[in-house]
Structures are given as structure tokens and as C-alpha cells.
Ligand binder design. Structure first.
Ligand code: C2E
Ligand code: MG
Ligand code: MG
Ligand code: MG
Length: 276
């Protein structure tokens, strides 16, 4: 079959493959210099109290302004950044910039109660990570409670000792800890109550199936129940319609985030929407 396609097909295939490798190498090269060239930018998505509709805070979401490809979402570069070892440095930038932004909004008269920042394991394993966070908070005169750090369920299950010690240290400091994409991993119920966490974020794949998939509805109910039992705030990710809000509120979920309330937007747009 391959032979019958003939020589031109083979050449086409070959060129295409080479193009893929070159494109990948270019991306790696561009990614290495992106921080220095100030090509990263943070977008912010509102987190809402489902009962009152109040703004609880925002989550900082990273974007890369690639010189030729435009604004790239994290799915296009996070894994690669981690692979080439620059995600720790990028993560530091995210933390610093997110805190600076929270302080800047406050200076403009907009009181955003909380800033959620996503972490990677590489960061959580950095030496003196707790002190690093403490210094950033001090630099921008933020109370530790104004910062919520998001770790994924998968990260917690890796049982990395230093990372776990750092989580305990951050919690002791008063920084909030959220478990992102909850429900997609394999947390053992025996361990979860001993982890230093404050919030469970129900993964949006379950939220999206409310009203369509009773198994996923059961998962959502179980997570809300688990949160209640452990005294944790439960936030549903990826809320896109009112029916989902009704279901979640009825089940006792306190907080939500999703396109229904607002897509991730620039800092200026947050100020325009919530400031006065
Ligand atoms: P995440 O932390 O679970 O962030 C939520 C993602 O869901 C965001 O995608 C957001 O745009 C998207 N989303 C929110 N509401 C809705 C909705 O109603 N419908 C749908 N379909 N999607 C919704 P985004 O910004 O592309 O980020 C993807 C992931 O990349 C994040 O998932 C997070 O794991 C990672 N990420 C983003 N920024 C950072 C960062 O600064 N550091 C690290 N380590 N990871 C980050
Ligand atoms: Mg997150
Ligand atoms: Mg998530
Ligand atoms: Mg499903």
C-alpha cells in the first residue's frame, strides 16, 4: 500500500514530518526567550459566590503572545515549557504578576477579594518556595488569605515530600490551597482529609454533563458532599448555563466559575466590569 502511493507521496510525507520537527524546535526556541521578550500575559476569570452572585475572586490564566502565531492558550505550550524546564521560572513570573495585579486593582479602587494562581509541581518543589511566596505577598502588601494556590489532584497524588511540606507551610502562613480538576484523578479518600487544602474545584467535564449524564451528576453530588464533610469550599468549574447553576446551588455548591459568569479577560476588562 505504502509503495503504491508512489515517490511523490513519500516525499510529501517526509517534508511534512521535517516541517513538524522544525516547527517544534522553533517553538522551543521561542519559548525559551518568551519571558525575556515579555511575551507572556495573564488573563483573569471571575469566581462567583453562587448564592449572592458576589465576586469571590479571579483566577489568573496564562497566555503567550507568540510573535507570529498570536495569543496562545496554555494547552499549546505548558507541557512543552515543563519539558524544557522553564515552567518554574514562568510560574514565578505568574505568581509575581498576579499579586502585582491584585495590588494594582486595589489601588484603582477595585477590591478583588482573592487571586487564584495555578502551580506546577516544579514550583512547589523549589527550595524555599514558602518564603518566596511570603516575600511576594509582603512586596505587594497582600494578606496571605488574598492568595489561593491551585494544585491539581494529580500533583497531590505524586506524594512528593518536599511539595507536601511546602503545602503545609503555605497553609500555615494563611494562603489558601485549592485542588484543581478535582474528580479526574484518583485521590484516595483515606488521604484527602489529611491534606492541607481549603477548596475543591469540580472539573468542568462533570459540570458540563449536568442534565445529560446521571453518572457525572452523581460525581458532582459526591464531591459537594465530600466538601461539606471535610469543611472545604466547593467551586464548580466550567459553568456555561443556568440549569447547571440551579443544580449546583440545590446540591449546596458554594462557588462557580465559567463562561456564564465571564470568560478569562485582560486586567483592564476586569476593572471595567467590576470597578465603578
Ligand atoms: P484550569 O486551571 O482548570 O483553568 C480553567 C480552564 O477552563 C481555563 O482554560 C478556562 O479558560 C477554561 N474555562 C473556564 N470556564 C470555562 C467554561 O465555562 N467552558 C469551557 N469550555 N472552558 C472554561 P485555559 O486558560 O486554557 O487554561 C487551561 C489550563 O492551563 C488551566 O486549567 C491550568 O491547568 C493551566 N494553566 C493556565 N494558566 C496557568 C499558569 O499560570 N500556570 C500553570 N501551571 N498552569 C496554568
Ligand atoms: Mg486552575
Ligand atoms: Mg481546572
Ligand atoms: Mg461524561
Amino acid at each position: 500500500e505504502a509503495k503504491s502511493r508512489g515517490r511523490n507521496d513519500f516525499q510529501f510525507f517526509h517534508a511534512d514530518m521535517a516541517g513538524g520537527v522544525v516547527a517544534q524546535l522553533e517553538l522551543v526556541h521561542a519559548l525559551r526567550g518568551a519571558l525575556r521578550r515579555h511575551e507572556f500575559v495573564l488573563y483573569f476569570q471571575p469566581q462567583i459566590d453562587l448564592g449572592s452572585g458576589r465576586l469571590l475572586g479571579v483566577e489568573a490564566l496564562l497566555r503567550w503572545h507568540h510573535s507570529r502565531q498570536g495569543l496562545l492558550p496554555p494547552a499549546r505550550f505548558i507541557a512543552l515549557a515543563e519539558e524544557i524546564g522553564v515552567l518554574g521560572e514562568v510560574g514565578d513570573w505568574v505568581l509575581e504578576t498576579a499579586c502585582a495585579q491584585l495590588a494594582a486593582w486595589r489601588n484603582s479602587g477595585l477590591e478583588v477579594p482573592r487571586m487564584a494562581v495555578n502551580l506546577v509541581l516544579q514550583q512547589l518543589e523549589q527550595e524555599h518556595f514558602v518564603e518566596r511566596v511570603e516575600r511576594v505577598l509582603q512586596r505587594y502588601q497582600l494578606s496571605p488569605g488574598a492568595l489561593q494556590l491551585e494544585v491539581t489532584e494529580a500533583m497531590l497524588m505524586r506524594q512528593a515530600e518536599r511539595a507536601l511540606a511546602h503545602l503545609h507551610g503555605l497553609r500555615a502562613l494563611g494562603v489558601g490551597i485549592a485542588v484543581d480538576d478535582f474528580g479526574t484523578g484518583y485521590s484516595s479518600l483515606g488521604r484527602i482529609h489529611r491534606l492541607p487544602i481549603d477548596q475543591l474545584k469540580i472539573d468542568r467535564s462533570f459540570v458540563g454533563d449536568i442534565g445529560h449524564d446521571s453518572a457525572d451528576e452523581t460525581t458532582v453530588r459526591s464531591i459537594i458532599g465530600l466538601g461539606k464533610t471535610l469543611g472545604l469550599e466547593v467551586l464548580a468549574e466550567g459553568i456555561e448555563c443556568d440549569d447547571q447553576v440551579l443544580f449546583l446551588a440545590r446540591e449546596g455548591c458554594q462557588a462557580g466559575q465559567g463562561f456564564l459568569y465571564g470568560r478569562p479577560v485582560s486586567a483592564r476588562e476586569i476593572l471595567e466590569t467590576y470597578g465603578r
